[in-house]
Design a protein around this ligand. Structure first.
Ligand SMILES: [Cu+2]
Length: 646
């Protein structure tokens, strides 16, 4: 089915998009070569892996070697098939993220993530199809269904995102997603901020050369030329620098993509000293082949590190000082986030591939209870990053499989409320007084504010029970991205992930992965007030104490090896409009690893894959009051009682 929408083509021919009019004449050699390998009506196979980059790896006929192992080009009528087998240790979904507008059998999805076997769908209409795993949304597979009768690879006239947003393939949003595909699926394209291994301090994405693509209005343009004209290449990278004011304690980061020599699965946990700003410890746990450690928390005494293995079924505990393994137990498929209950010090782990939160004994050695995240008979919620209240009584979950959020009463385990949110909710953060909470909606690029008791979200006419806060589309001044021209992306948040509320309850800070920006919402208005630049694949965010008062927000990025130190409120007046980046720590120790305590040697992707961030000591209301005195004495009175009247 071919669509020709003249209004879209007129938009595309505006000055900003003049590059698209550089029509590539004739049939390109690459296109002829592609046509020869293009799979005729048949099957193209992707297999799920736990490896960095080709998480959905294309195997066999139809796969195209174009600087990525996750791309296929096929003829109309081909089945695309995903197999979850022995190259991964957990469940996945194979879900439409992008497809040609109106394409048959789209969007494609499953009722629940699956552990073994195959799922397939027939791709009939020419155009670009991108599939994602809803559990691990950086897993991507792309297939172009090419009409052999037309010149260039057919991306289709318009593409739809799974949430309904539809744009021409000539649009900024379409080409930005293409750029993100080459970035994400090829680790050679990640940002190396380490001056030792990247002395030029530039960042290059290798796109395949000589690939004509056919976009809106039948225009045929060169892929690499178009992407480089729009987004540049060999861009300068920010150099590392230390904050002038030290932090307190240390900052742990899950460098989920760092490979080490003695194990086959990726991922380490690194500790950064918040005074020297150097990596001091690396924990790879080769004895258990630790697999994609994703998120961390600690016990009351701050002596243990709890971490999840997101591409596995294991929850793992190690000693914070020595790095020695303490426990490694089966909790369920794709454990994602972990927090503790302040009144009991029990440990709560979200079972992202299933339907519950598991409650473990203090120290994390035994499973004591499972808290269901949906009512009986409902689809499994597949909760990702839950949050818990200052008194240990309230838990909220973002449910990636059901586009809603569950609020639980922790002591009884009862579901109190389920609230619809946006598409693919992924993370949450809660006010220090448990008056309201915030859920980031990944595909919609929005935040939902949800009141816990009386209406506490700020609407135009006063308090409201819930509120949708745009980060990308429909805002004024900020969050007013134009998906056609691309203006406004740097002052928006696209594909938001972690979104904690500051310990004093004044603001919500969100890491946005597609826009590579950090967005700040003022909780007094529930409006976006500030946007700052982040690194490629901006993902993890948590608050730690700044020495002598105030907080730092530490921000990790998946496709980069730096950790950003953000001072959200330098003058500590509660207003984050003066927020600024005050430091950039390099997580790669290549060329500078003397004195790093480690249990394995880095073999690839040094310092990459920044996801969970855990500053020690914990500074959130409820947790900070439980710290041992040895930690308390390093904090100010205000930091020890973050919402007490001053
Ligand atoms: Cu997955």
């Amino acid at each position: 089915m071919k669509r020709f929408n003249r209004s879209h083509f007129r938009v595309a021919s505006g000055a900003v998009l003049a590059i698209l009019l550089i029509v590539v004449a004739g049939t390109k050699p690459w296109h002829r070569g592609f046509a020869a390998v293009a799979q005729a009506a048949g099957v193209v196979n992707f297999i799920a892996t736990d490896d960095v980059g080709p998480w959905f790896k294309c195997v066999g006929a139809g796969c195209v070697a174009a600087g990525t192992e996750s791309l296929a080009v096929v003829q109309p009528g081909t089945d695309v098939r995903i197999t979850v087998g022995n190259e991964t240790n957990t469940v996945h979904t194979f879900t439409s993220l992008v497809f040609p507008a109106g394409a048959q059998q789209m969007p494609f999805d499953q009722n629940a993530a699956f552990r073994a076997g195959s799922r397939s769908v027939t791709l009939t209409d020419p155009g670009l199809y991108v599939f994602v795993c809803k559990v691990h949304p950086f897993m991507l597979a792309a297939t172009v269904v090419d009409d052999p009768a037309t010149a260039g690879l057919d991306l289709g006239e318009n593409i739809s995102l799974v949430n309904g947003v539809t744009v021409p393939t000539s649009s900024d949003l379409a080409t930005r997603l293409l750029r993100a595909f080459w970035l994400i699926t090829s680790p050679g394209n990640y940002q190396d901020h380490n001056p030792v291994t990247n002395p030029a301090m530039t960042w290059n994405i290798n796109y395949p050369a000589g690939v004509p693509i056919r976009i809106s209005g039948g225009a045929v343009v060169d892929l690499k030329t178009t992407l480089e004209a729009r987004y540049g290449n060999n861009l300068p990278l920010a150099a590392p620098f230390n904050p002038a004011q030290p932090g307190v304690g240390e900052v742990w980061v899950n460098t989920e993509y760092e490979n080490t020599a003695s194990k086959t699965k990726p991922g380490t946990a690194l500790a950064v000293d918040a005074t020297t700003w150097k990596v001091t410890k690396r924990v790879a746990l080769p004895e258990i082949n630790m697999n994609n450690p994703h998120n961390m928390w600690t016990d009351r005494d701050q002596k243990l590190i709890y971490t999840t293995q997101w591409f596995d079924t294991k929850f793992t505990v190690f000693d914070r000082t020595t790095g020695k393994l303490r426990a490694n137990i089966d909790v369920g498929e794709s454990p994602a986030h972990v927090m503790t209950r302040v009144d009991t010090d029990q440990v709560h782990v979200s079972i992202n591939g299933e339907d519950n939160i598991v409650e473990l004994s203090p120290g994390g050695k035994h499973i004591e209870r499972r808290l269901a995240t949906q009512f009986p008979g409902e689809r499994p919620a597949q909760p990702h990053a839950h949050w818990m209240s200052h008194d240990g009584h309230v838990m909220v979950t973002p449910n990636s499989n059901t586009n809603d959020s569950t609020r639980l009463d922790i002591p009884s385990g009862a579901i109190v409320e389920k609230t619809p949110v946006g598409f693919l909710p992924i993370a949450s953060g809660m006010m220090p007084d448990a008056s309201k909470y915030y859920v980031s909606n990944y595909v919609d690029s929005t935040i939902t504010c949800i009141s816990i008791g009386a209406p506490a979200c700020h609407g135009a006419g006063g308090p409201v029970a819930s509120k949708n806060i745009p980060l990308l589309l429909g805002g004024a001044g900020l969050a007013n991205y134009d998906p056609i021209s691309g203006t406004g992306m740097s002052t928006s948040g696209a594909l938001p992930i972690q979104t904690p509320v500051s310990p004093n309850g004044k603001y919500v800070i969100t890491a946005n992965t597609l826009s590579a920006t950090i967005t700040i919402i003022d909780t007094a208005t529930d409006a976006l007030v500030k946007v700052l630049p982040c690194s490629a694949g901006c993902h993890g965010l948590n608050f730690g104490a700044k020495k002598d008062g105030g907080y730092y927000a530490y921000v990790s990025s998946k496709f980069s090896n730096d950790l950003i130190v953000l001072d959200p409120d330098p003058n500590d007046d509660g207003n984050p409009s003066d927020a600024q980046i005050v430091g950039r720590v390099i997580l790669s120790t290549a060329g500078n690893d003397e004195g790093v305590q480690t249990d394995d040697q880095v073999s690839a992707h040094a310092g990459m894959g920044g996801q969970g961030v855990l500053p020690i000591p914990l500074v959130y209301n409820g947790w900070v009051q439980n710290l041992p005195n040895s930690w308390k004495k390093l904090l100010t009175k205000k930091q020890l009682n973050p919402i007490a009247p001053q």
